[in-house]
Design a protein around this ligand. Structure first.
Ligand SMILES: Cc1cc2nc3c(=O)[nH]c(=O)nc-3n(C[C@H](O)[C@H](O)[C@H](O)COP(=O)(O)O)c2cc1C
Ligand code: SF4
Length: 602
């Protein structure tokens, strides 16, 4: 048996434990991530061992492994290279680069080489759209891929150079802030928000946040003061603070920047929230793709402990105890949905909970839990330090303050931009150097596709709300490629719990394939539309509600791109029953007329 399975501490690579140590089933996901990292798969012995030590069934553990994209039961290469497959990476040539690496290393994409040295595959957006094409090598982010870099990586793999000895510049992720406004350019003093809470009390802090009109920056825009107030008002043995740093929305990377450059402000905001709601424990749920940020974040936490801003008796205040653990995700977009995130935090599959109750009254360990986005916590800390008036000095009456945007795609200066709410799409396009723009996808794959006749509209909760992704497509792009990419993304990321989304995302993908290869008819477009509307109405959570957005927006605003690909016949099957029987015919060696189905399409 592998020594990692028999040693005293088989999980020593696991850095993000929480709860009561190895015996706590809530640590399962973190333990599995550690095993995957050190063994390149989850061996059967490990599963047996964990089942016994954590008191879980084998089936439960298998279910967890299967759920997360970064956990595997079969051996992955010593070097696992995952190419980011967002449309912006594709636009920058990622697919050709993946093929180049596969060819250099003599391995097929999607497979592990026979000597188990290397495997190459694709993964969802890695959050590097401003500096792509990007890939993950054993979880470490590599950006700005070029043919030269690919050849360099191929040589390093063939020479079996340990990842720790690879040239550091391969792993350098830049902070590309192209525009600062109110929040990013304001002074920040560590502990200032906490001191204000200490001297003026919870009611004043909540009043400030309320006057500032702070709303959640993760997409839904829920009133932050109200969320904290409800949580504080809910009587329970414990309260928890959770930072949603999952940022899986394709084309979004503003939280990555904040986690990299402004982690101290984030901790200040989380600790402020803890003071308001009476929490002793907080978590940063860090998406697996941002693993490179784990150590810097841990350093920030340690520094704050040493400064008396985290840990027991914060600011010398007896009984104000609060600490933050970092919990790693393992490649599942749905875990950004707050109730799925909590399930994942508890070591389970990230399946959204049926709500109500909402996390704010029954969340982590069934206790009242505030889940906020990275940007929201930072804004809360800054508003508390500088005051509500300061925040309301920019933005609109209904949307005070600013919004961070992750701008990528066809523009001269991709990167992070802070704009006051109320800025028009035209102004944003001018600022980032976009020309001949055909469309903008705002809010990621789950967001909206915006046509030029809407470019005078503004970013604000009363007009176009957004979590922060802003992808630009110029006139030279085939927009259908983007729509198809987003549709396949949702099929892959659907957690499969409810039928409308599980089946719907799969059917949308098949229908889109028909469109892409020029086999679709008018009736197929009608079906796409009917299906999309049905999913919006009947799915269990936000993923299913929004999965058809790119198609529905495309059909409404860019009908020509669909019609140009139509066939003239009125109907053609999406599923070829006869072709699907090919494997069975090969196995049985039959190819007589009885082994074929005529007109078997559905
Ligand atoms: C499918 C799905 C994915 C989501 N992903 C994220 C995410 O990556 N980050 C985030 O902050 N919120 C995400 N959300 C929204 C969260 O559920 C939640 O509303 C948010 O974390 C609350 O924080 P806020 O009030 O500060 O925005 C997602 C929602 C859905 C339905
Ligand atoms: S809508 Fe999709 S992601 Fe959400 S619960 Fe249903 S299957 Fe899961």
């Amino acid at each position: 048996m592998d020594s990692k399975m028999t040693g005293d501490n088989p999980y020593q690579n696991t850095q993000a434990m929480h709860g009561s140590g190895e015996q706590d089933p809530f640590n399962l996901l973190q333990i599995l991530i550690g095993i995957q990292q050190s063994s390149h798969y989850i061996p059967e012995e490990a599963i047996q061992h964990l089942a016994e030590s954590l008191g879980l069934s084998r089936t439960f553990i298998l279910g967890v492994i299967e759920f997360y994209s970064f956990l595997h039961r079969s051996h992955r290469g010593d070097y696992e290279v995952l190419f980011s497959d967002n449309i912006t990476d594709q636009m920058q040539g990622s697919r050709l680069l993946a093929e180049r690496l596969a060819s250099r290393l003599s391995v097929k994409i999607g497979q592990t080489r026979d000597d188990q040295r290397v495997s190459i595959d694709y993964t969802s957006c890695t959050g590097m759209s401003d500096q792509g094409p990007a890939a993950l090598v054993n979880g470490r982010t590599v950006i700005g891929l070029t043919p030269e870099r690919i050849d360099q990586i191929a040589a390093l793999v063939e020479q079996a150079v340990p990842l720790a000895e690879w040239p550091a510049d391969l792993f350098l992720v830049h902070d590309r802030v192209e525009r600062r406004d109110l929040v990013l350019s304001a002074d920040y003093t560590p502990g200032a928000a906490l001191r204000r809470h200490q001297t003026e009390g919870t009611a004043v802090i909540l009043d400030q946040l309320s006057q500032a009109g702070l709303r959640g920056c993760g997409g839904a825009g829920f009133n932050t003061a109200q969320k904290w107030q409800i949580c504080a008002d809910t009587t329970a043995a414990e309260h928890y603070v959770v930072c949603n740093a999952d940022e899986g929305e394709p084309g979004t990377f503003k939280d990555r920047y904040l986690l990299q450059a402004e982690a101290d402000r984030l901790c200040e905001g989380m600790t402020l929230c803890a003071a308001v709601i009476g929490a002793r424990q907080g978590f940063i749920y860090l998406r697996g793709e941002y693993r490179y940020l784990l150590e810097p974040l841990q350093r920030t936490l340690q520094q704050r402990r040493e400064q008396g801003l985290l840990g027991p008796n914060i600011l010398g205040q007896e009984g104000f105890d609060f600490d933050i653990h970092i919990h790693l995700g393992a490649g599942a977009y749905i875990c950004g949905e707050e109730s799925a995130l909590i399930e994942s935090l508890e070591g389970r599959r990230g399946i959204p909970r049926i709500r109500p109750p909402f996390p704010v009254t029954r969340g982590y360990r069934d206790m009242p839990t505030v889940v906020n986005n990275v940007e929201t916590f930072i804004n809360a800390a800054m508003i508390t330090q500088h005051g509500a008036e300061w925040f309301c000095s920019v933005g609109t009456a209904k949307s005070p303050g600013t919004k961070l945007l992750s701008i990528s795609g066809d523009c001269d200066q991709p990167g992070i931009y802070e704009f006051p709410f109320g800025t028009s799409i035209n102004d944003i396009l001018a600022a980032c150097g976009a020309h001949h723009t055909q469309a903008v996808q705002i809010g990621g794959a789950a967001g909206r596709l915006i046509a030029p006749n809407e470019f005078d509209r503004v970013l604000a909760f009363e007009d176009h709300a957004t979590g922060g992704s802003f992808m630009v497509f110029n006139q030279g792009r085939e927009l259908l490629n983007a729509i198809d990419n987003f549709t396949r993304f949702f099929r892959h990321e659907s957690c499969g719990f409810c039928t409308p989304c599980r089946v719907g995302t799969s059917m949308l993908t098949k229908q889109m394939k028909k469109v892409m290869v020029g086999h679709a008819t008018i009736r197929d477009l009608d079906e796409l539309s009917t299906l999309g509307n049905l999913m919006q109405q009947t799915s269990q959570c936000g993923l299913g509600h929004t999965a058809a957005n790119p198609i529905l927006d495309g059909l409404e605003k860019f009908p020509g791109i669909f019609q140009a690909r139509l066939r003239s016949t009125s109907f053609e099957p999406a599923f070829d029953l006869d072709a699907s029987l090919e494997e069975a015919r090969n196995l049985t060696g039959r190819n007589d007329p009885g082994a074929h189905v005529k007109g078997g399409g559905v």
